[in-house]
Design a protein around this ligand. Structure first.
Ligand code: ATP
Ligand code: MG
Length: 284
């Protein structure tokens, strides 16, 4: 089995392919995602994040180029079921994803449709609800849940189908800080258990946990690398109109004044360490 789960090869996409003057939402994107990788995709409004995400489970099919999920080409309609079983999507607004009158029935809906037998269904529902921390809420109507709980419910519904890969399109953007922290903890757990994660976000700080950060700009990949590599390039990020996490911004600013100060710091403790090491030199 190849360790590449997704291959995006020379993909361009137009929402109006019949009109050759229409702008391309994606322009010649090349990208591979390995099994078990955690990838964050960042970019400002209209940069093509959602369009790219929808290509990863065949909700959209390229105008040019190909997307492969495992052995399957997303153009091949016969493979759609396998592709959607492999790559699960979670969207920004969880209300649109709620289908049943209790939390547990909602989670059961997807796997039931896949034909999972009843006994295994119960096991999967429990496992999914425990993973997202909603087992205690299983008998409640979904509409009574908080926004953060609803978003975790949507994730439970997807992970009950046991996808190899979870794609989240700004799944944290409507959550309060606690809801966001809980969701990120859930992603961390899933990733540790081997799930491939593709998280699309506006928030730089959320990308620090990823193995790789990909920055989209006007339908192209503008910058990619580990979070450390990407955040060390504050000027490039600012040119792209993106916010830099505060720790990285401060490290970059210090690096500009004192080139021996490292620009590629991600955490408060790394920053404190680097400052403390130079403390005596800093005081004249
Ligand atoms: N259904 C659609 N029909 C036509 N054009 C679209 C459609 N959806 C998106 N677009 C255009 O395609 C481009 C990429 O949009 P996309 O939604 O992928 O960006 P995004 O990075 O997800 O933006 P946001 O941060 O606002 O979610 C934009 O120019 C957008 O206007
Ligand atoms: Mg979007």
């Amino acid at each position: 089995m190849s360790d590449l789960l997704i291959r995006v090869e020379g993909v361009s996409f137009s929402y109006r392919p019949e009109d050759s003057t229409a702008p391309l939402a994606l322009k010649d994107i090349n990208l591979t995602i390995a099994r078990g990788e955690y990838v964050a995709i960042i970019g400002h409004n209209g940069s093509g994040k959602s369009t790219l995400a929808r290509h990863l489970n065949a909700l959209l099919v390229p105008t040019r180029g190909d997307v492969w999920v495992g052995p399957w080409n997303t153009r091949d309609a016969r493979c759609r079921r396998d592709i959607r079983r492999t790559v699960g999507m979670v969207f920004q607004v969880p209300d649109n994803q709620i289908v049943a009158t209790t939390v547990e029935d909602d989670v059961a809906f997807g796997p039931e449709n896949l034909g999972v037998p009843e006994e295994e269904l119960a096991v999967r529902v429990r496992e999914a609800l425990e993973t997202v921390g909603l087992w205690e809420e299983r008998r409640r109507p979904p509409h009574q849940l908080s926004a953060g709980q609803k978003q975790r419910l949507a994730i439970a519904g997807v992970i009950a189908m046991r996808p190899e890969c979870l794609v989240l399109d700004e799944a944290t953007s409507l959550l309060d800080p606690q809801g966001r922290a809980d969701l990120l903890a859930t992603l961390r757990r899933l990733h540790a258990a081997g799930t491939t994660i593709v998280a699309i976000t506006h928030h730089m700080a959320e990308a620090t946990e990823a193995d790789r950060v990909i920055i989209l700009e006007a339908g192209r990949i503008a910058l990619q690398g580990t979070p450390r590599e990407v955040f060390a390039r504050a000027e490039a990020l600012e040119r792209l109109g993106l916010d830099v996490p505060p720790v990285s911004a401060l490290a970059n600013a210090l690096h500009r004044r004192r080139p021996d100060f490292p620009a590629d710091l991600l955490t408060v403790s790394e920053l404190a360490e680097a400052v403390a090491e130079r403390w005596t030199e800093a005081v004249p």
